[in-house]
Design a protein around this ligand. Structure first.
Ligand SMILES: NC(=O)c1ccc[n+]([C@@H]2O[C@H](COP(=O)([O-])OP(=O)(O)OC[C@H]3O[C@@H](n4cnc5c(N)ncnc54)[C@H](OP(=O)(O)O)[C@@H]3O)[C@@H](O)[C@H]2O)c1
Length: 259
């Protein structure tokens, strides 16, 4: 069934920079009312000043009570929620042992548990607003075991969550998309190391992902990779796992950890 964005309500987390900020702008231009969520309130207000249909809301996705209150606020203020874009996320350092435990737990708390908290808080409103969409911004790192272990684990979790809920929530009129970006140049992920290497030309921009999110909202596709050519790596990993592991371990040694 075709799903038109114009006139619909969407909540975008992590909207104060990078992919989330570009997505909030893109969806507002497409005629949606956008609830823009992040911790840096002044950034959200600056974004809202650009577009009258962007509504800023400061919240931390690690705070269950705050996210429940966000969902209650959207219900009170707007009465519907047609789409939730779970995009808030952080990178992480390498996992070498006990010294890195707090970093790994924080990464999983924001990236995976934050996605689960928001999805839980909005589930009933999404069902009442059906047909509706959940777009989970995972990562190519959620399909391939390259990158810092905590980050990769969090994104494998988001991919698994999306796939499972995609089946389970179809009957409720809610589609769930795993949206997997490759290397994208943003504030949190400047990609300095990649940009200096042979893959530098292939680093994408937040607007590429914003366009893919709009396309995924419209189509309800269960999975989308952006830039699209990264799908080749994912296919390679599944059809030729031993060869893939040799290539990936060489890349990991050459690159160190993902920035
Ligand atoms: N850039 C890439 O190469 C790439 C590739 C694959 C996937 N991704 C994913 O894309 C998503 C967006 O990342 P980005 O590249 O756009 O990075 P970014 O520019 O650093 O944006 C991250 C956003 O998440 C928000 N955020 C972080 N912690 C939060 C928290 N506890 N509660 C609420 N919001 C929080 C930040 O806002 P505040 O600090 O204001 O809270 C910010 O708006 C992430 O999930 C990331 O894993 C990125």
């Amino acid at each position: 069934m075709s799903w038109q964005p114009r006139g619909r309500v969407v909540v975008v987390t992590g909207a104060s920079s990078g992919i989330g900020e570009a997505t909030a702008r893109r969806l507002a231009r497409a005629g949606m009312t956008v609830v823009a969520v992040a911790r840096r309130e002044e950034r959200l207000h600056a974004l809202a000043d650009e577009h009258p249909s962007i509504r800023p809301y400061a919240a931390d996705v690690r705070d269950t009570a705050a996210i429940d209150e966000l969902a209650a606020w959207v219900d009170r203020e707007l009465g519907v929620c047609h789409a939730l874009v779970n995009n808030a996320g952080v990178g992480g350092g390498p996992f070498t042992g006990r010294d890195d435990l707090d970093d790994v737990l924080r990464t999983i708390d924001v990236n995976l548990l934050g996605t689960i908290r928001c999805t839980a808080a909005f589930a009933d409103l999404l069902e009442r607003s059906a047909p509706s969409r959940v777009i989970n911004v995972a990562s190519v790192a959620g399909k391939l075991g390259i990158g810092p272990a905590g980050y990769t684990a969090s994104k494998f979790g988001v991919v698994g969550l999306s796939e499972s809920l995609g089946f389970a929530w179809a009957a409720r009129g809610i589609t769930v998309t795993q949206l997997n970006p490759g290397f994208i140049e943003t504030e949190g992920f400047p990609q300095e190391q990649i940009k200096r290497g042979p893959m530098g030309r292939l680093v994408g921009q937040p607007e590429d992902v914003a366009d893919a999110i709009l396309a995924a909202l419209t189509s309800g596709t269960p999975e989308r990779t952006v830039p699209r050519w990264y799908r080749g790596f994912v296919a390679f990993r599944h059809v030729a796992a031993p060869a893939y592991r040799r290539v990936a371990s060489g890349m990991d040694r050459a690159r160190g950890s993902r920035d």
